[in-house]
Design a protein around this ligand. Structure first.
Ligand code: ZN
Length: 202
């Protein structure tokens, strides 16, 4: 997973202790992290309120640093205990911006980034939330965002890792068994070789 360092130099306190991950959309069909940065500055904020931004091609950009407090979800003190990820796009009915499909590469990048952060901060899928879960007056990240599929993808990947581990353990066991058989055969072969040598020597 490649993360593009944007270096926005946002001057806010480093008092964020992430134990939630909150997903947003930009409510704009086409935009960049720089657009978001200047929009948020125009609100009088220090700059881009999110920690990450993912464009529709699946490129991941840094916003605020992970330990810096966010400006993306003021409810329940979430700006001090979460990582905010924003997607380029508008996945709800809104002016002429509406899109009903989240591009596959964007959803995949979001899944990879979320999984990375879940591992890093020991966050379970029950703490991966929509902005809407806290700001009920908003639809963010949009009613067209495939939430169930996304949560499924997060757990699916985890299962895959467990499966792979089990598979690997099985292979290791087989290897140990074969090595034992091989060394038994070698002992027998040595014996036979010695018997032949003894035979030719006498
Ligand atoms: Zn939002």
């Amino acid at each position: 997973m490649k993360i593009i360092q944007t270096k926005l130099n946002i001057d806010v306190p480093r008092n964020n202790k992430p134990s939630y991950i909150i997903i947003h959309h930009a409510l704009a069909k086409n935009c960049t992290i720089q657009d978001v940065h200047s929009w948020h500055r125009s609100f009088g904020w220090a700059g881009c309120g999110y920690h990450y931004f993912i464009d529709k091609r699946g490129n991941i950009f840094t916003g605020r640093e992970e330990n810096q407090r966010g400006s993306h979800c003021k409810e329940e003190g979430m700006n001090y205990k979460s990582i905010g990820i924003c997607l380029e796009g508008c996945y709800q009915e809104h002016k002429n911006q509406t899109e009903k499909q989240v591009p596959k590469s964007q959803l995949e990048s979001l899944t990879n980034l979320t999984k990375y952060l879940m591992n890093k901060y020991d966050i379970g899928t029950d703490r991966v939330k929509k902005h809407h879960d806290y700001a009920v007056y908003k639809l963010c990240p949009g009613n067209y965002f495939p939430w169930d599929k996304y949560i499924y993808m997060l757990s699916q990947n985890k299962d895959n890792i467990i499966e792979l581990k089990k598979e690997n353990e099985k292979i290791q066991e087989e290897n140990t068994r074969y090595n034992k058989i091989l060394s038994d055969i070698k002992v027998e072969l040595d014996k036979i070789e010695r018997m032949i040598q003894d035979g030719t020597n006498t």
